[in-house]
Ligand binder design. Structure first.
Ligand SMILES: Nc1nc2c(c(=O)[nH]1)N[C@H]1C(S)=C(S)[C@@H](COP(=O)(O)OP(=O)(O)OC[C@H]3O[C@@H](n4cnc5c(=O)[nH]c(N)nc54)[C@H](O)[C@@H]3O)O[C@H]1N2
Ligand SMILES: Nc1nc2c(c(=O)[nH]1)N[C@H]1C(S)=C(S)[C@@H](COP(=O)(O)OP(=O)(O)OC[C@H]3O[C@@H](n4cnc5c(=O)[nH]c(N)nc54)[C@H](O)[C@@H]3O)O[C@H]1N2
Ligand SMILES: [Mo]
Length: 903
């Protein structure tokens, strides 16, 4: 359509606002704004962006707010007439009446705020009115460890209120009062610390003044440098802009151009960076001598390790050595770790955190579809008509994705949450199926049964693209719904309604988490979730699919790189002779290890049996996070040598013979792969702390000592290693450091660099045909054996403020926000046991007991208790058990038979 800007004809886009149009044609500064933020709904309240518009040349003009007025055919727009300039100045004058006069200009040595830029753009008016709001006493709020408010600087633009609601989906901020007393309030007009604020900082980032700011004053910092990198915490993979002054990190903002997080991030990404130069950081290599750690040189540490590893290899064989790689470290480092294990130590004993996490997802989805990764992208959410969230709690664990899901739930999209806990998303969902922990298979069989019964299956899709449907159908059709209703504890009518909602939706999307995988029947559950998608044709286009919310920042990547004992880089089967020959030729060696390797629990068992002697752990706090601590400790004590690469003296590092100090992700280059297969750059922000080295460097150093010359040379260079990865991994042929650019690429990445948003498109399953499986529900041995004596079910999960072992988040102000793990108990159970809020209990299982403070809540049903596993003061894994998924041995952290008593 043709639109005229100052009488010049231009092509305008459909649905464009006048503001967008003028900014596109002229420049971002063409029209000043105050209440406008591209990420928020247009608001049109401040009128600073006003322009004159006429329907014809020289026609009568009307003044409109350009931010919320769409362009129209033949519009004549004038954006810098005298009338408009006067109007803007008058508005600004009124705003400045209520604004501190000493904040009109930027402070010395600071960047101007957005509002200060707007003032400069419009020109400072002469303020003729008496002081309004600012004649009142307005207190500053310093109660929160990260976020501050100084509402004297508030210009009532509502951006924070809208960001809180529209981006984060919280309604913590609001506006209250009238006239001069109008002001932003938190919660029921408390300070931040007592409000329900989730500390995401969206309000701080959007606030155009310093009415809301963070304690690092990130917005107005004049940084020497701002480096874009990828967050180290969860699998969402947020992009961060990190500001550096004098070689120190001073603040973090979320870039609005990031495809993954679009200018948003959670409190961990934005604020929890103080761990990186915490005094506790390990700075030198350590060797334990006579039970005490001594600082040694890198040479001494390497010599000691080389000697010990070669000795163990000679005495007990290569398979008595094993390595645990790190999903916190980069792809390049994980690639090197598995390569070193296989080519220099000559064993397939390499494993990683997926073992205790999403291994059943990889296994189950490979069985059903052929690929063990998310079928779709997070962005697809915008195109779905139904969301099923199965055993995942993304508002705590994947907060940026969680916030997006929350927006859709609040807008009323048909939604199903399957979770024994009434999570914040369960509270908003259309259907919450609050099952007994451990009964996923039974519940999914019910859903399958009802979808068949209601005739809602997509016969065409099933016939063309899948196999084994009939046996699945026959199986679920004969099941007794009354029996399963009793087992799961969810009314069959409710399950039926949810199943129908899922099956009837044009496009339905599944997201799942550890509530699926960390179970005795974890892999089976994944296969049944795959069935649900296939039987309703929900695979292979946008807005559908099976989307595991992968956990660690680089757990997807670690697996892609070959960090598992049965598959090498790119998931090729290490038992296959052709694959062996392929890797041997790529790695330039004569042959690959003979046998498939051991999984972590098998390594530990073998250690206890005296057959496994050397364990090398990179970035995992196995003692704290693997189940049944005493069992792990016993295994570690049997080792001849335990090597740990760490940032901190973790519980595991305490057990080690050699501790190597690693550089954190701020201090090195590489890539992380997020849960939607997107490989993104990790860019070095600051120099390595102390005498630390990137993990990749340590591994290369050791490769040489163990007799293997890494072809990319003795210096860890992420871009070069990425070239080697492109050579080895078939689905990464086209990857390169340059091509990754700012927003990364989603694999498969073709030779020409094209990436892939959706896999198994149009029924083209990676394995050929999608495969149906069917299973009966089976009670976990944990309950069968122990429930008489320990009648409660403990389920363990995570909380927003802390990350896994807590080594990092506990060394930030997040510890102030959340100082403890709590046991959540239903008040009815508490009453039975004479326990009140604030009490501590001793909780015990067949493995041991720990003390923990109690929180009373109706979010768990009677008979179920829940806690998190972040605080070593509690050390909850002392009581978790050894039952694991039948196929992958992933521990059943989600069902532990326990009892508890007041202490
Ligand atoms: N803040 C924070 N974020 C994190 C992490 C962290 O430690 N802290 N860790 C990261 C890691 S490693 C991972 S893997 C992800 C995990 O992220 P999620 O998969 O969301 O993990 P959890 O919170 O452990 O468990 C998810 C849900 O499963 C439910 N559940 C328990 N038992 C059952 C069951 O039998 N059936 C069903 N349907 N549901 C059940 C729990 O109640 C819980 O709400 O988070 C990542 N993000
Ligand atoms: N009870 C219970 N236990 C659980 C779970 C549960 O739900 N319940 N969840 C399980 C799951 S899903 C997971 S993934 C595991 C996670 O367990 P871990 O992998 O042990 O947890 P993290 O805290 O992520 O630990 C990683 C370690 O790496 C270090 N680190 C960080 N960055 C780097 C780096 O660049 N290099 C090196 N060398 N080290 C680095 C950190 O200091 C930290 O100590 O926990 C499992 N444990
Ligand atoms: Mo995980």
């Amino acid at each position: 359509m043709t639109v005229y800007l100052n009488d010049m004809a231009h092509e305008a886009k459909k649905n464009e606002t006048i503001l967008e149009f003028v900014r596109r044609i002229e420049s971002l500064e063409a029209i000043p704004t105050m209440c406008q933020d591209d990420r928020l709904e247009n608001f049109g309240s401040c009128r600073v962006c006003s322009v004159e518009v006429a329907r014809e040349k020289n026609g009568t003009t009307k003044i409109v707010a350009s931010c919320h007025t769409p362009v129209f055919e033949g519009a004549y727009i004038y954006h810098k007439t005298d009338k408009i300039k006067r109007l803007r100045k008058n508005i600004l004058e009124l705003v400045l009446t209520d604004y501190p006069s000493d904040k009109v200009f930027p402070e010395k040595g600071k960047k101007p705020t957005e509002f200060q830029k707007t003032i400069a753009q419009i020109g400072i008016p002469n303020v003729r009115y008496p002081k309004g709001k600012n004649s009142l006493e307005i207190e500053k709020d310093d109660s929160h460890p990260y976020i501050k408010s100084d509402l004297a600087q508030c210009i009532n633009c509502y951006r924070c209120v809208r960001a809180c609601e529209e981006i984060q989906g919280e309604m913590v901020l609001g506006m209250s009062g009238r006239g001069f007393a109008t002001q932003i309030i938190k919660g029921f007009d408390t300070n931040f610390d007592l409000s329900a604020c989730v500390s995401c900082g969206a309000c701080v980032q959007t606030c155009p003044t310093e009415a809301l700011s963070d304690k690092f004053t990130t917005k107005t910092l004049v940084a020497d440098e701002t480096v874009r990198t990828t967050c180290t915490y969860c699998g969402v993979g947020c992009q961060l802009d990190v500001s550096v002054i004098d070689g120190e990190i001073k603040g973090i903002q979320a870039p609005v151009t990031a495809e993954v997080n679009e200018g948003h991030t959670c409190l961990k990404g934005r604020f929890a960076f103080q761990f990186y130069n915490h005094p506790d950081r390990l700075k030198n290599p350590l060797i334990k001598k006579n039970g005490k750690f001594e600082v040694v040189s890198w040479e001494e540490a390497y010599d000691f390790m080389t000697e010990a590893l070669l000795r163990v290899k000679k005495e007990y064989g290569a398979d008595s050595i094993g390595c645990i790689s790190s999903s916190r470290a980069c792809n390049e480092e994980n690639y090197l770790m598995q390569k070193m294990t296989r080519v220099a130590l000559n064993t397939n004993n390499i494993d990683g955190c997926a073992r205790v996490c999403h291994a059943p997802t990889a296994f189950g989805m490979q069985k059903a579809f052929g690929t063990g990764a998310a079928t779709n992208s997070i962005q697809d959410m915008e195109e779905t008509d139904c969301i099923m969230l199965f055993g995942a709690n993304p508002t705590e664990a994947h907060p940026v994705t969680g916030a997006r899901i929350k927006q859709l739930f609040m807008k009323g999209i048909p939604s199903i949450v399957v979770d024994p806990v009434r999570t914040s998303l369960a509270q908003l969902a259309t259907y919450h199926l609050q099952l007994r922990p451990g009964t996923n298979v039974a519940l999914l069989n019910m859903m399958g049964h009802y979808i068949v019964q209601e005739g809602l299956v997509k016969k065409d899709f099933i016939q063309k693209y899948t196999e084994q449907y009939d046996s699945f159908k026959d199986h679920v059709s004969t099941l007794d719904m009354n029996e399963l209703e009793l087992l799961t504890g969810v009314s069959k009518e409710l399950v039926k309604k949810a199943a129908i909602a899922y099956a009837r939706a044009e496009n339905a999307m599944e997201f799942h988490g550890l509530g699926v995988t960390e179970h005795f029947q974890g892999s089976k559950t994944v296969m049944l979730l795959s069935n649900l998608a296939m039987m309703t044709g929900n695979v292979g286009r946008s807005g559908v699919g099976l989307n595991p919310l992968r956990g660690q920042n680089n757990v997807q990547g670690a697996a892609d790189m070959g960090v598992q004992p049965h598959q090498g880089a790119g998931y090729l089967d290490v038992n296959d002779p052709e694959v062996k020959a392929y890797y041997a030729s790529k790695y330039g060696i004569s042959g690959m290890p003979e046998k498939e390797g051991l999984k972590i629990p098998e390594m530990l068992e073998a250690a206890i049996a005296g057959k496994f002697k050397a364990l090398w752990i990179m970035g995992e706090d196995t003692l704290m996070t693997d189940p049944n601590t005493l069992h792990i400790r016993k295994a570690m004590e049997q080792l001849d040598i335990l090597i740990v690469q760490e940032l901190f003296m973790s519980a595991t590092a305490e057990m080690a013979d050699v501790v190597l100090p690693a550089s954190s992700y701020f201090e090195k280059n590489g890539t992380f792969t997020n849960g939607e297969r997107r490989v993104q750059r990790v860019n070095k922000v600051v120099d390595p702390i102390g005498n630390t080295k990137p993990d990749g460097q340590m591994i290369i150093d050791m490769m040489y000592r163990l007799g293997y010359e890494q072809p990319t040379g003795p210096v860890y260079d992420a871009a070069k290693i990425l070239e080697e990865i492109a050579e080895v991994i078939p689905f990464m042929k086209g990857i390169s450091w340059e091509r990754l650019g700012k927003n990364g690429l989603q694999w498969p990445i073709l030779e020409d660099g094209t990436d892939t948003k959706i896999i198994h498109r149009d029924g083209n399953f990676k394995r050929g045909k999608g495969k149906f499986h069917h299973f009966d529900f089976e009670e976990t041995p944990e309950l069968v054996e122990h429930r008489e004596k320990y009648p409660f079910i403990l389920t363990t999960a995570r909380q927003l403020e802390h990350y896994n072992a807590g080594t990092m988040t506990r060394r930030t102000d997040n510890q102030e926000l959340s100082p403890m793990d709590y046991l959540e108990v239903n008040p009815l159970d508490a009453a039975d046991k004479d326990i009140s809020a604030g009490d501590s209990v001793r909780i015990f299982s067949d493995r041991g007991s720990v003390n923990i403070p109690v929180k009373l809540t109706y979010l768990v049903k009677p008979g179920v208790v829940r806690t998190t596993f972040h605080q070593p003061e509690v050390f909850i894994n002392m009581i978790t058990g050894n039952v694991g998924d039948e196929y992958t041995l992933t521990p059943e952290y989600k069902v532990v038979a326990v009892d508890f008593e007041k202490v």
